[in-house]
Write a protein that binds this ligand. Structure first.
Ligand code: SF4
Length: 313
């Protein structure tokens, strides 16, 4: 949940960072559009690898269509899929970042509105009771924003902000699950639950999927971690050896299920199983699964306090 909007007059610090707030708005707009049009290289490589390893002729032809879809979207500067999604941002905030996060949230929201109206994009955000559409892909608590304070790393200077944009299509977001296990259930129950979620989802999330798993924490933290797991580039593994081994085991098991591309059979049901974990209570073991479709769209931007922007995935 983003910080509440800040209606105070701008402080001297805010004035000094004016260029950065303008840059955040533009970065939010561009990452949303870029995510919808250009898939990350690691995802394209995973689809090519899956095509090479697939033995089922029908599954191979679906993977061919997906790869062609990606190429056409890039060539024609068009959307990979018509569902422009519910917009989610994961924001990494360097520990020396001077930006006011309420103003960052307002800028991100404005960027999404501009992308939707100026492109234009299909508006998906509706009131949950009246179903009235806001027309902007924004609204109360939308776009969803998760903030994480970090020490800085190779792609994030310690005083900068990194926006990860994740447009989440309905077919895959509807396939989100949470189960509160207890320790007596053991890791076996965790494995079984993840695989049952993939089976229950079947063709609905447009497989082959990226399986995001949150493990531990509380119910809300666990669900957020499953969403963060979807953002991890394919081919990366958890830095915790026990969790990495679980990722490998679950990916192999998922691809034995025979669901295949678009749920019509084949070896390629999942492209990755990514697990993000947190310590949890002695009497709990929450597990959340967030499935992401084959068009696993994501884009990122690093914004410095001076307003410089570097785009990536
Ligand atoms: S789940 Fe993904 S590929 Fe399927 S319709 Fe939605 S956005 Fe498109």
């Amino acid at each position: 949940m983003p910080p509440s909007s800040d209606t105070r007059p701008p402080s001297a610090r805010d004035v000094a960072c004016t260029a950065a707030y303008v840059a955040v708005e533009e970065a939010a707009k561009q990452t949303y559009l870029r995510a919808l049009k250009v898939l990350p290289p690691d995802l394209k490589e995973a689809l090519v690898r899956a095509r090479a390893n697939e033995t089922d002729p029908g599954a191979r032809s679906f993977l061919d269509i997906m790869l062609e879809n990606v190429a056409v979207a890039e060539r024609d500067d068009n959307l990979v899929c018509q569902d422009t999604g519910t917009v989610v941002f994961w924001l990494e905030v360097g520990e020396d970042c001077p930006l006011n996060l309420a103003r960052v949230s307002a800028a991100v929201k404005k960027g999404v509105e501009r992308a939707t109206l100026e492109h234009p994009l299909r508006p998906n955000a509706v009131h949950p009771v009246t179903r009235k559409n806001t027309g902007t892909n924004t609204g109360r608590y939308l776009p969803a924003m998760h903030y994480e304070s970090v020490a800085g790393h190779a792609s994030l200077p310690v005083d900068a902000l990194k926006l990860h944009c994740l447009p989440k299509g309905s077919g895959s977001e509807n396939m989100s699950f949470l189960r509160m296990f207890v320790p007596a259930d053991g890791v076996r129950a965790v494995k079984r639950f993840v695989l049952e979620c993939i089976v229950e989802a079947g063709p609905k999330p447009c497989p082959p999927t990226v399986v995001g798993v949150g493990l531990g924490g509380t119910a809300d933290l666990c669900a957020a971690l499953a969403k963060k797991a979807v953002l991890r580039p394919l081919g990366t593994r958890s830095d915790d050896p026990a969790v990495a081994a679980l990722e490998d085991e679950l990916l192999a098991a998922a691809n034995e299920l025979g669901i295949g591309p678009m749920g019509l059979g084949g070896r390629t049901t999942a492209l990755a199983v990514n697990i993000e974990w947190a310590h949890t209570h002695i009497t709990q073991n929450p597990v959340s699964v967030n499935l992401q479709c084959w068009a696993a769209r994501r884009a990122s931007a690093v914004v410095t306090p001076a307003g410089e922007v570097t785009y990536g995935f």
